[in-house]
Design a protein around this ligand. Sequence first.
Ligand SMILES: *Cc1c(COP(=O)(O)O)cnc(C)c1O
Length: 431
Amino acid sequence: MDTFKRLEMLRKFDNELADLLEDEEYKQRKTIGLIASENIASPLSTCLEGSIFTNKNTEGYPGKRYVSGTTNEDKIELLAIERLKKLFGCEHANLQSGNASIANSSVLMGLLKPGEKILSMSLSAGGHLSHGAKFNFSGKFYNVVQYGVSEETEQIDISEVRKIAIEEKPKIIICGGSAYPRLIDYAAFRKIADEVGAYLWVDAAHIIGLIAGGAIPSPVPYADVVTFSTQKTLRGPRGCGVILCKEELKNKIDRGVFPGMQGGPKADMIAARAVLFKECMTKEYSLYQHQVVKNAAALAEGCKNEGLRLVTDGTDTHLVLVKIPENIESGKEAELLLESVGIITNKNLLPFDRLSPELTSGIRIGSPLMTTRGAKEGEMNRIGHLIGITLKNKSDKKVLDKVKQEVDKITDKYEMFAKEWNPTDRGTIKN
Ligand SMILES: *Cc1c(COP(=O)(O)O)cnc(C)c1O
């Protein structure tokens, strides 16, 4: 059934949902989306998400299913794994997890016994809750020690990481996070892991698209395990956690996912990722990822030109952490103010933040989504200015109205998925 027919059917049966769907489409089109963990999913992959593959139970792994009739699903999963190996040069891959947090829990389940020690980056320094936060599965069942960033540089202090690792002898060391704007020295982390006999696990959820497109260095040659989401910079649909690992860890990782953490995977999710990984190997994709990095730098520059201060004073990746100016009380206030003019961001803890996670002293912004829509450096720089202008003039309705009008104009200029990034017959696929 095609999309139009599906919508028609929905409209006949459930006006409420049909209205919300239409309103959401309008909202996404008419706002400047800067949430660093969001993107517009590739039309090639969304056409398989929710397809008839969703009808199949595929519990188990290809060749070892607990149900019959899965020949096509077996072929697709093997193809997806082959493509992951080719794309990232890894030895083994598992893409059955329903999302990256489950993939992360599965890694712990597969490699550690409850109570064993994890060394990871703290949440406020930019780490992720699945790396041992107290209120997460990882923090409740494992012994967690954490490193932060240097107060002076706001970047990882590798000698500090080494010191803690030698003292604490963790079983696993995790690097990579959700709010760290700089590149990570994977070789240095590898050396420390070898020195203390720990596994090295890189959580590349945020930056994996940049890696796939060759815009920043890959952790795969250094890490025992790499995990990631597919909906962030990678530009796939939401959901699906991928684990890449060394051949010798294959069985532990696979068993950590199933039966360790979950039952049967979503076959349509896996099919949608299989085509996404093929798209990741195209020239258009690589150009897109390089543009994401250039656009983040331009966005950062625009903010700085307005006098805003940034964590680490800039970015090497797709994301920028902005310190809220003095006239703004919290990241929460900044987020709401920006939303009122049509700029969508999120409040975010900063290193050494004195405010709570509900308030925070910063906002996190990023370039992946607007780059997908077709924005280039000039526009991104201007958007940085608009953020600064909005924050500085929080009580000036005239100024805010003007910003809103400009946001309106900017969003009108772009499709949801720019033709130039579509590797098929450019633009004939509707998203
Ligand atoms: C987003 C993120 C995750 C979780 O991804 P989900 O697919 O939303 O579960 C895990 N680790 C890091 C570092 C992330 O940024």
